[in-house]
Ligand binder design. Structure first.
Ligand SMILES: NC(=O)c1ccc[n+]([C@@H]2O[C@H](COP(=O)([O-])OP(=O)(O)OC[C@H]3O[C@@H](n4cnc5c(N)ncnc54)[C@H](OP(=O)(O)O)[C@@H]3O)[C@@H](O)[C@H]2O)c1
Length: 345
């Protein structure tokens, strides 16, 4: 007997990807339910070779559902995740609402899968921010080998990280440039077509943005609180996949060849690093893929024990939907939950 899984936000960018990934990976579900707001009642979404009719979250009873993959934004998660958890359904949440809660594990399975077991306090597990997920997949094996002291990261984040309306805004502004229509920023604070914006999320008192703060705080929670990290997060006119230019300072000496060899063997990582034109990965190539791609690995001689690299991954997959499904797989494979239907039988 398999699990009953609900996807909340099933009509959104991440929710649709979750349904694809559950089907692709043959997740052991007897039933998958698509949920969204009342705006989407009856909207059909694909699940493998089937279509599901979207139901309304508010009217859904979670008492016989085992796992809820939640990707409907922070406000919905804040209100609904505790109620769903209280019905004995484990919530794997994509918003930032629960990530820093000490009673909620924040998990990237390649990095800290053991932390999943801590879900029992609230029946909620948090997925990190998309830019953090791909970063820690690449940092973890290097931290284990050489001890990371400090990370400086600049991100080049795609518009899909801000939802489906943001993708529409890039498309419509790009079209407006060609037909010389006026451009009105709505979702983004400035024009995004043929431009880039050095602000993701709101400003904090110290001048960093919330996205930059999240990368620092989440890396500490997932990987090691001793790691110092400073980030500059930038939105770029790319539809899917986030890129990151990363400089890392280690405790121990490390060569580019050593770092490359370790990353080649690391779970979730794929090294594409030829020192020739085009011998690296771009976001266009990473879109639709599961791996965290690493290119441009080189020694940074401006600091002691420094390495610089380029990291690219599909933010809707490893940055959100894939990571959530991998967490669900940990729950199942480690027998941390049993299907309610099997218990009732
Ligand atoms: N995109 C990324 O790279 C990424 C990465 C990590 C985390 N996340 C997080 O994942 C979440 C979803 O992101 P997204 O990019 O998929 O956004 P999106 O494309 O805008 O989709 C939002 C989804 O939430 C649903 N929703 C909104 N209000 C709702 C309500 N009151 N009740 C039930 N469902 C509701 C929407 O349903 P309707 O269609 O009915 O409005 C839609 O299915 C956000 O918390 C985001 O921060 C996104």
């Amino acid at each position: 007997m398999g699990y009953k899984v609900a996807v909340v936000g099933a009509t959104g960018n991440v929710g649709r990807e979750m349904l694809d990934i559950l089907a692709e990976r043959g997740f052991p579900a007897d039933e998958v339910v698509a949920l969204a707001s009342s705006r989407s009642i009856g909207t059909e979404v694909s699940f493998g070779d089937k279509t599901l009719k979207t139901k309304v979250l508010e009217h859904y009873d979670f008492s016989d559902t085992d796992i809820c993959l939640m990707s409907a934004g922070g406000a919905v998660s804040k209100e609904w995740s505790p109620k769903i958890g209280a019905q004995g359904c484990v919530v794997i949440d994509n918003s930032s609402s629960w990530r820093m809660d000490p009673d909620v594990p924040l998990v990237v399975p390649e990095v800290n899968a053991d932390a999943v077991a801590g879900f029992t306090k609230k029946n909620i597990i948090a997925n990190p921010n998309c830019s953090t997920a791909q970063l820690v997949v690449a940092l973890k094996p290097l931290h284990d080998a050489f001890g990371i002291q400090r990370v400086v990261v600049s991100t080049y984040q795609s518009v899909s990280g801000a939802g489906k309306d943001a993708m529409d805004e890039l498309f419509s502004q790009t079209r407006a440039v060609f037909v010389t229509d006026p451009i009105e920023p709505k979702k983004f604070p400035k024009r995004i077509a043929f431009n880039l914006i050095p602000q993701i999320d709101v400003f904090m008192e110290d001048g960093f943005t919330k996205e930059e703060w999240k990368m620092m705080a989440e890396t500490k929670k997932i990987l090691d609180p001793k790691i110092k990290l400073t980030a500059t997060c930038v939105r770029v006119p790319v539809f899917i996949a986030h890129s990151e230019a990363v400089n890392i300072e280690f405790e121990k000496p490390v060569t580019a060849d050593e770092a490359r060899d370790i990353l080649r063997e690391a779970p979730g990582c794929l090294v594409i690093d030829k020192r020739e034109p085009g011998g690296y990965i771009t976001p266009y190539e990473a879109a639709g893929e599961d791996a965290t791609y690493i290119s441009r690995i080189r020694e940074d001689a401006t600091v002691e024990n420094g390495i610089a690299m380029w990291i690219v991954s599909d933010n809707l997959r490893k940055g959100a939907a894939l990571n959530a499904v991998q967490i669900a797989e940990v729950l199942v494979n480690r027998k941390l939950i049993q299907p309610k239907a099997a218990k009732a039988a």
